[in-house]
Design a protein around this ligand. Structure first.
Ligand SMILES: [Mg+2]
Length: 209
């Protein structure tokens, strides 16, 4: 196939990618052509990471591909929280962590019978439990009386929450009222786009655990 300038797009130096790129171009995923003849295509890969692919529209022999992987939103949130913590000299990062679809599979029964824990969730939460600069708060609409089994199972795997559904460590300030929306730095919630099945793996990788 040819690009908008009539150049062949038979890119042969990155095995496995050429086809995908061409497929997306054929599908109309070409985003724009700049003055310098750069094509930007967006690829949606199975792990839900958006990749920006940029290459100059030159004859195939001189085409080079550059890859730029955009990290998942949760990684950007963690990075931002870390940066703010360092800049402002905060002692902790507060993580609010939802239960269903984030730590355990949804069960739709009060005692969470047959719930399975996402393995990388345990890995990350254990790391955060051990970390002296992280505070983890369980964020759930479950009745607290139904959570006993969950707390126990998590504790047996080294995961302990510092609080549930509240941040008792940060009081309202002159600027911010934390009485209705508690203070937190990072929100892990499927309702906020977090995918318990796959995003923990990215977080674990990012934190090096
Ligand atoms: Mg949920």
């Amino acid at each position: 196939m040819k690009d908008a300038f009539g150049h062949e797009l038979a890119i042969g130096d990155r095995v496995g990618f050429t086809t995908a790129t061409e497929r997306y171009i054929e599908k109309g995923y070409v985003k724009r052509l700049t003055e310098k003849s750069v094509i930007v295509a967006y690829q949606y890969n199975p792990s839900r990471i958006q990749r920006e692919v940029t290459y100059p529209a030159k004859p195939a022999s001189v085409i080079k591909l550059e890859f730029q992987e955009k990290p998942p939103a949760i990684i950007q949130a963690i990075k931002r929280a870390q940066k703010i913590k360092e800049e402002r000299g905060y002692e902790y990062k507060y993580w609010f962590v939802d239960l269903h679809r984030c730590i355990i599979t949804p069960t739709y029964n009060s005692k969470n019978k047959n719930a399975e824990f996402y393995p990388d969730a345990i890995k990350v939460l254990r790391h955060l439990t051990e970390s002296e600069s992280d505070v983890i708060i369980l964020w759930t609409s479950s009745y607290l009386g139904n959570l006993d089994g969950i707390y126990e199972k998590l504790a047996s795997q080294g995961v302990r929450f510092n609080a549930t559904n509240a941040n008792p460590f940060e009081e309202s300030t002159e600027l911010c009222d934390f009485s209705k929306k508690p203070y937190f730095d990072i929100l892990i919630d499927d309702k906020a786009g977090f995918d318990g099945e796959s995003d923990w793996t990215e977080v674990a990788k990012y934190l090096g655990v």
